[in-house]
Design a protein around this ligand. Sequence first.
Ligand code: AMP
Ligand code: MG
Length: 413
Amino acid sequence: MTKPPMLTAQQALDHLLSHAKSVSQAESVPVQAALGRVLAEDVQSLVDVPPLDNTAMDGYAVRVADTSISSSILKIAQRIPAGSVGAQLEPGTAARIFTGAPIPAGADAVVMQEDCTIPEGSTDQVQVNVAPVTGQWIRRRGEDLAAGKVALTSGTFLRPQELGVAASAGLTHLSVKRRIKVAAFFTGDELALPGEPLKPGGIYNSNRDTLLACLKSLGCDATDLGIVPDRLEATKQALRQASKDHDLIITSGGVSVGEEDHIKPAVSAEGRLDLWQIAIKPGKPLAFGAVRKSDNPADGEAWFIGLPGNPVSSFVTFLLFVRPFILKLQGREEKLPQSYLMRADFDWSKADRRNEFLRVKVNAQGGLDLFPNQSSGVLTSASWGDGLVDCPPSQPIKVGDLVKYIPFDALLK
Ligand code: AMP
Ligand code: MG
């Protein structure tokens, strides 16, 4: 049997992404329900934001020409609270004005109240103690958003601040891509669910909770198809069920080529499959393919990604490969997760020939600490950690080295 080719992480990712295409269907949802969704079209502002030139401070709207000498005294001719519009500012006068209120015609600066005094005994005069410069404390009409201009672009992942931008642009609803439907099942005769007794040799199914939560945090509709025994027919049946109403099927376990690993023959029988060896650690084997939705080719296929069974391997390969694949299906326009150069406060002398992803934590000194046990079965390394260090092949790390750090936070949304 020929050994499958060893791919770099980048090659595997490029290959996956070359297949993924954004879903075309969109739906209109209220802005308040759009958190975590992906914008399906450009959004134009309905209004200028702010709608008029207005003051950024509580104080006095003035004409700069009237205040060029310090300690100028002006008559307070009007009072403009936020939400009302003042009258023309006559020469030699000032308008008492409050943050957000429109600048009256004729005024060209605002003096903040801290820079003014009311002359002794006066009720309608203000003394300007600091001469203003033209435009001071004025927020210009449309400086945030201009009516008719694109405020948010198609493919944007909607965070709280984007919802606020949509509201300030006057929108009640947003057109977002439909959710990606993902079915997951978990192979392994040793697996049991928490709450069930563990038989000898048994282990609780942790991948279910990790992976379903990953899918939810990416805004997918996730279906749990449960534990599937290590048998070919059961695996094929689970695939047929999963393919029906889903865009993507993900599984954990059974992707090696042992006698108990049925993913390869099952997916090959129900569709098509490549089994990859990726030169990464944890996570080496990964299966990619597609499963027919029915015997009628016109019904199409569901994508298939088979992750390794070890809990850290399945988590890390999900973050590195499944997440970008899903983002592409969602039509999310963004670069792959940001990595940062951070200082290693640890030595890693046993560099592997594979590209390793080490579980690390940011310490109070702004450096990175390493979890002592980097085994692919030790999931507590990931819960202790804040992220991964992307460690190039055969490259040891010494205390003080700058390393590529990818925070989990950036990968779980
Ligand atoms: P496999 O990829 O099926 O060869 O499994 C590799 C290792 O991961 C074995 O030790 C399995 O017991 C373990 N494993 C597989 N699936 C799960 C799961 N869902 N939860 C926890 N451990 C698992
Ligand atoms: Mg197994």
